[in-house]
Design a protein around this ligand. Sequence first.
Ligand code: URA
Length: 253
Amino acid sequence: MTTPQTPSEREGAERIAKFLARAGIASRRASEEIVAAGRVSVNGEVVTSPGTKIVAGTDEVRLDGAVVEPPAELVYLMLNKPMGVMTTLDDPQGRPTVADYIPPGMPRVFPVGRLDYTTTGLLLLTNDGELAQLMMHPRHHVPKLYYAVVDGIPDAGDLTQLRKGVLLDDGLTSPAGARVVQVRERTAAVELTLREGRKRQVRRMLSAIGHPVIALSRIEYGPLTLGDLPEGAVRLLEPHEVEALRASASGGV
Ligand code: URA
């Protein structure tokens, strides 16, 4: 008599939470909770055990009744987001969005994090849901380097405040890197490295110390560097950049 093959013994089987995370539904841990809540079915049967294993492409997985499918091909793009572009794929008000910059024929990719409408610079777009979840996880603390042109010239005390923490209406900011890299008559260029990502954080920090932002660009995101990619241009990440991203994502959470 042969033992029937259990789902966990099938070739290419993976845990349901990993599958959901790969599809960009939520982090692995949050996906386990989604499963435990009874929102996921496999081949028509609701499953609640986080130990459930499935085979992508063979089993039909549904979340709240909708079929879930992780992407077949993973794509990673770097965009130098221009000013006046929304970091969304669709804008109800009809403003330009980052979707306008995705080359035709690409799989559907999503922005990882966001930049303000008027901020330019490095934006990662991918269909790798799991990596995106890891990079955006608040505990992950991905370092982000911003180049800000500010009104006035911050002094040593201002820089100390930026480094130690600035009191904003949503609390004290975490320690940051801050240095003045260029001084003009009435403006200065400041580089700020943040490891948290609150809404309009750079603008609010610099306003709070009396040096409002005139122009803001993100020039590094984790291991990625914008380099000389022109505004509005988009490129695929190099394999070594994808490796570096994966290494940095797996190290943080
Ligand atoms: N901080 C800001 O204030 N704006 C951005 O777009 C990103 C970081």
